[in-house]
Design a protein around this ligand. Sequence first.
Ligand SMILES: CC(C)(COP(=O)(O)OP(=O)(O)OC[C@H]1O[C@@H](n2cnc3c(N)ncnc32)[C@H](O)[C@@H]1OP(=O)(O)O)[C@@H](O)C(=O)NCCC(=O)NCCS
Length: 172
Amino acid sequence: MDRRPPISYRIAAGLLKGAQSRRLRPSDYDELADLIEHWKPEKARRFRMGRPYANRYLSSLVAANDVGIVGWLEGAHRSPYAWQRFHDLPEDGGGTSCSFVDFLFVEAGNRRANIGSKLLTAFETEAVDFGNDFMGLSLDSADHLQAQAFYRAHGYTRSKSILYGHLMGKTL
Ligand SMILES: CC(C)(COP(=O)(O)OP(=O)(O)OC[C@H]1O[C@@H](n2cnc3c(N)ncnc32)[C@H](O)[C@@H]1OP(=O)(O)O)[C@@H](O)C(=O)NCCC(=O)NCCS
């Protein structure tokens, strides 16, 4: 049994550093698969097989603290897929300078500790470095409530409901 004080206490007491975001490494695959097993089982399966989707636009970031991986963000920069989804939003103008968050997940016991924010900020910084000026995302209905509040807190205001989810975005 783990007799240590809760993680939030240990961070506050300076015993643990808060989670830091970094690029996903192959050595993270199994631990990441454990994290997202119940949320995105198909993605977890591919990580476990050591065969995640990869292309030159895809970026996968994890947030890790002293205990392990507690958050994950995957998205694409200059994604044609993103352009297709956003080009009909009147105010953003579409174009090819769009990045897109595909997945963002923070372990339930570590939420409201700024971990999602760190991952999103790191990904937004990457997008700007790529020369992109718009970030988009699509929420499943299951993700709506907490995720919408999270993205709104980050300035994602444009949104519309579509057949397969809910689009949000912001100019970077
Ligand atoms: C959405 C999610 C990634 C947020 O991660 P997080 O690390 O808890 O978020 P943060 O701590 O960085 O929150 C930043 C701000 O967003 C807002 N926010 C985050 N979660 C919220 C919630 N459940 N209700 C209301 N506001 C919320 C708050 O303003 C918060 O600031 P505060 O805690 O100082 O009030 C996390 O809840 C999650 O993994 N949810 C399940 C998966 C999901 O919905 N993913 C998004 C689909 S892509």
